[in-house]
Design a protein around this ligand. Sequence first.
Ligand code: ZN
Length: 259
Amino acid sequence: MPTTTPAETLGRAADFFRTHAERVAAIGIASFGPIDLDERSPTFGWVTTTPKPGWARANVVGAFRALSVPVAFDTDVNGAALGEHRWGAGHGVDPFVYVTVGTGIGGGAIVNGRPLHGLVHPEMGHLAIPRDPADPFAGACPYHGDCLEGLASAVALRARWGAAPQTLPAGHEAWPLQARYLALGVVAIAAVLSPRRVALGGGVMRAAGLLERVRHEVEARLAGYVRAPELVAPALGERAGVLGGLALAQSALARGSVQ
Ligand code: ZN
């Protein structure tokens, strides 16, 4: 079902589960954010400050409470990371990071078998990275301008080059710059979390040769100081999001709490 207003979208989702209530044991929600994951917070389960119209302060978990089953709530990218860790490109790998490069950039991390939370949750797309001196583009992030997402998301590529990324040929000057920016992001993530493996997915990563370019740039940036994390494509493809939700539901069931 399309994402429209919170009331309509969450209402339709809750209705769907209500009509199948006898078969619903737990619910896993992998949501765009930022979201409130702190179970002690009065706004737990809410989307907080998203620029998506109408969704700021939307109570997502609250829409499903009437079902009285355990609910797990996490970011879309933590969900995808958990799905890839359980069934895909991150199976048996810990720490494992999943990064999506699409309209926005986001990353989720599995550390000690669990999605990494914190004061809020990781926001890897908003890492500050140095803008290339030869790049005059000021950046597309409404909050930070030239953060990683502001420089290397599909929205940024379209704004910088005046064309959709999938229409830019493999030999276009966009790609070496894109690989450098993504490598700066991966190196920053590696410096903090030391993941053994990073899966890079999302629409922009479908560009031919981009993953290989990022691998070379990461090796060059790390300059032999520490080992580079293994960079791979996700294995679950378009299903990473929904399988992430399923993995979260399994976690909720194992924990057994009704939130
Ligand atoms: Zn930003």
